[in-house]
Design a protein around this ligand. Structure first.
Ligand code: SAH
Length: 455
């Protein structure tokens, strides 16, 4: 549509009907064929919308007044939902969130992968609250008082929070206690504009199966006045704490962690288990944030792999070896590859911790390491991939096609790149059998999928 033909202009208020929901949770409306994205609009609703911005292909609006409400609309239980940028879809009932996610996956299979494949209903949580085991929260000051909470959407303004309904209660406690302690000892919050102050972030980690808590405080400087008192107060107020860690980040950056980490008290690790596998979690190591649904996802991946005990399996993008160790219980040999060296150290440690001896790990890019394995004569029966949002490198997909494993199990956190990559594998001789979406992050727009392909 050319600029002159756009049927609305900034500040117009128009009545629209929402016909769809976008991948980031906004309502999609059409005004004379022109698309408007409107946060918090729900398909089936009629509403007055104020036009905020118009671009050539589409525009953005703000919900002014809902005239016909959808049955899918929900009163968000969190009082700061509309300010905080942490969740996006609490205004939609949980059942409908799952339905919308299902449709989103079906759509990309049709539109991008161009395949007719069964997409199963999303496996959701029975109780979709209090599921996150890690809180990573910036600290600031407002009128001289310490505040901590997530950033407002599209801004760097901290929305102070007393509790977060998608976090384990233990993590709320950690935040509350650290804020109290900062007030008590006059520790100033770091201010990103002036690059002054001390306390930058609080990170709370919780092992759901072990009941262990880790407290990480990220400070600008190494020096931490009242260190002994702070430790005493934390251990007294949080009896489940097993580890208190300080990370020092002196840089002018949005990156949370600096290079220096030291244990102030207790162990450098806490532990958790998923299924029968135990994991050591350090201040900086990656660990899945929703362990219950991780189990659901990996059980599905394991079922799709269909292992009998004789198979050689490659786990590409293995992180700390979570999937590899799951697979190793049922396979002859597992090879994991991951680009982050520290994650591979964790993977090796976790293998040892569980007495798993049939998993080997390598540091490097999957697209470089796996062809080298092929040269060495490694012949996988199953290849599992779990890439980041951008999906697999095309050269890796080509290597997979050349290696001809019987099965590929594709775990994905981005349906669009999953669909793109499935198309490539299909063209290379694989057939996508089924796709199972799993809701790892209720009340957000993220959806994980696991797909199985056969040669
Ligand atoms: N399977 C793991 C983590 C998957 S997240 C788990 O379930 O815990 C994706 C991982 O891919 C990240 O750990 C990231 O560091 C890694 N990664 C990103 N690009 C990569 C590449 N080109 N080669 C190998 N690993 C890569």
């Amino acid at each position: 549509m050319s600029i002159q033909d756009i049927p609305v202009k900034k500040n117009d208020v128009v009545e629209v009907e929402f016909v769809d929901i976008s991948h980031d949770g906004a309502g999609v409306a059409k005004v004379d064929g022109y698309t408007l994205f409107v946060p918090y609009g729900i398909p089936g609703e009629t509403a007055d919308v104020k036009v905020i911005k118009t671009k050539k292909g589409f525009g953005f609006g703000k919900l002014v007044n809902v005239k016909v409400e959808s049955e899918d609309r929900n009163t968000p239980p969190c009082p700061i939902f509309y300010q905080c940028g942490g969740c996006q879809t609490q205004h939609i009932t949980y059942d409908s969130q799952l339905r919308f996610k299902h449709k989103q996956v079906q759509d990309v299979m049709e539109r991008i992968a161009k395949i007719d494949v069964p997409v199963h209903p999303v496996l959701g949580m029975e109780d979709p609250w209090r599921y996150r085991n890690k809180a990573q929260v910036p600290v600031g000051e407002e009128n001289g008082k310490i505040v901590a909470g997530f950033y407002q959407q599209r801004s760097h303004q901290i929305i102070d929070m007393d509790q977060c309904l998608i976090q384990e209660q233990e993590n709320d406690e950690v935040l509350r206690v650290v804020k109290e302690i900062a007030e008590k000892y006059g520790i100033r919050a770091y201010d990103e504009r002036s690059h002054r102050g001390t306390l930058r972030h609080v990170v709370a980690k919780y092992g759901k199966q072990t009941d262990d808590i880790m407290v990480v405080i990220v400070t600008k400087n190494k020096d931490l006045p009242n260190r002994k008192n702070i430790i005493n107060d934390i251990t007294e107020k949080l009896p489940k704490v097993k580890s208190i860690v300080q990370n020092v980040n002196p840089k002018r950056t949005n990156v949370i962690f600096g290079d220096e980490t030291r244990v102030l008290w207790g162990s450098p690790y806490i532990y958790d288990t998923i299924g029968d596998i135990k994991f050591a979690i350090s201040a900086r190591s990656f660990y899945q944030v929703n362990p219950d649904q991780t189990k659901v996802l990996y059980d599905q991946a394991l079922e799709y792999a269909g292992l009998t005990g004789n198979e050689t399996v490659i786990d590409a993008y293995c992180g700390i070896g979570t999937i590899s160790l799951f697979l190793a219980q049922k396979a002859k040999q597992v090879y994991g590859v991951e680009i982050v060296p520290e994650a591979i150290e964790d993977a090796k440690r976790n293998a040892e911790l569980n007495g798993i001896t049939n998993a080997e790990f390598a540091v490097g890019e999957a697209e470089n390491v796996i062809p080298a394995w092929k040269e060495q004569g490694i012949k996988p029966d199953v290849i599992v991939v779990d890439p980041p949002r951008k999906g697999c490198e095309e050269s890796l997909l080509q290597t997979i096609i050349d290696m001809k494993p019987e099965k590929v199990v594709y775990v994905s956190c981005n349906p669009a790149t999953l669909a793109r990559d499935l198309r490539i594998l299909e063209d290379g001789g694989f057939n996508t059998k089924e796709v199972q979406p799993v809701d790892m992050f209720p009340h957000t727009t993220h959806v994980e999928c696991v797909a199985v392909l056969e040669l």
